[in-house]
Design a protein around this ligand. Structure first.
Ligand SMILES: [Mn+2]
Length: 327
């Protein structure tokens, strides 16, 4: 059931999307598959409807997503002259990056439970497994047809955010949406291989270096990717090369953490959890956010400091959860 507020937001969004001539679509920094896919899915729809559409992701897009039609039209910087701003898959405005964090946002479509409703109209559905899933549901309702290119993009968002339909928030509805996307021309095996399975040789080397330092204490395991690792492996991206998801595949753990050293004394920390432990609460304490089973934060400091701080807080949190469970 969709609430009255959401229905009202959906009506407003529909009319804004139809009236706009020069929409600007943005998503969160260091974009993942869902951020890229949602940007492309909506961008291609609006372009098909004859609009002069700007798609802007300040960090560009990882090579694995360049198979998507229209991905070459994504820009790093916005140009003036837009008449509508749409933020996708982004829970707070800071996550749009420096250039975009100050501009007024008209529409925010997202599925993060930590969403701050920073836009004029917010369509936030935390029960949906991906922002692309929300668009799959609403775009046809708003009168924008799902072409094969749009469907392929949206399917990429669902497949990546659910790690191939493996997360606990995959519902019968998500599978029905997926079926609708395949009917509209999306290619599931192609999306799966390109967006999820394939990885570069450099990424494999990077995994090896980071995994050689994997540590475990009770039901908590962690490791890090350092600047040095990236150099040694010849890995040019600043992302985690999907290692966090790999860590979360280790059995019998409650929480895994990846510390990803960025270039400027900043550490990107990613948490994944099992057994219903809400790691978004820990991430929020460090100024980050996310979903109950998957969250992240960017923390200032050197690797050792940040590791100590985060491990202490996470262990305390695990202990508190445990004693809560025992009561
Ligand atoms: Mn997402």
């Amino acid at each position: 059931m969709i609430s009255k507020d959401l229905r009202a937001a959906s009506r407003e969004i529909r009319s804004l999307l139809h009236t706009a001539q020069k929409p600007l679509i943005v998503a969160h920094i260091r974009p993942d598959g869902d951020a890229i896919a949602s940007t492309l899915g909506l961008g291609l729809c609006l372009a098909d409807a004859g609009k002069q559409c700007q798609m802007v992701l300040p960090d560009g897009i990882p090579a694995r997503f360049k198979f998507l039609e229209g991905s070459r039209n994504i820009r790093n910087r916005m140009e003036p002259g837009y008449d509508l701003v749409i933020a996708l898959d982004c829970s707070d405005q800071k996550r749009l990056g420096e250039d975009l964090s100050g501009i007024p946002v008209d529409i925010n479509i997202d599925h993060h439970i930590t969403n701050e409703h920073f836009a004029k109209f917010n369509l936030v559905l935390p029960e949906e497994p991906a922002t692309a899933a929300i668009l799959t549901r609403y775009l046809p309702e708003w009168g924008f047809p799902l072409t094969p290119a749009v469907a392929n993009a949206l399917l990429t968002g669902i497949v990546t955010d659910t790690i191939g339909f493996r997360t606990s928030n995959v519902s019968p509805d998500s599978l029905r949406q997926t079926a609708a996307l395949i009917e509209a021309g999306a290619n599931l095996s192609d999306v799966y291989e390109n967006a999820l399975t394939y990885q570069s040789y450099a990424a494999s080397l990077l995994w090896g270096l980071a995994l050689s330092r994997l540590q475990k204490e009770g039901k908590l395991a962690w490791t890090s990717i350092t600047m040095e690792d990236r150099k040694k492996a010849g890995y040019s991206g600043r992302d985690d090369a999907d290692l966090t998801n790999q860590l979360s595949a280790i059995e019998n753990l409650n929480i895994v953490i990846l510390f990803n050293e960025q270039n400027d004394c900043k550490i990107k920390v990613s948490w994944r959890s099992h057994s219903g432990i809400d790691v978004s609460k820990i991430a929020q304490r460090f100024g980050g956010g996310g979903h109950p089973p998957a969250a992240g934060a960017e923390i200032k400091g050197n690797l050792n400091e940040v590791e100590d701080m985060v491990l202490t807080v996470t262990k305390k949190y695990l202990k508190a959860q445990k004693s809560k469970g025992e009561n």
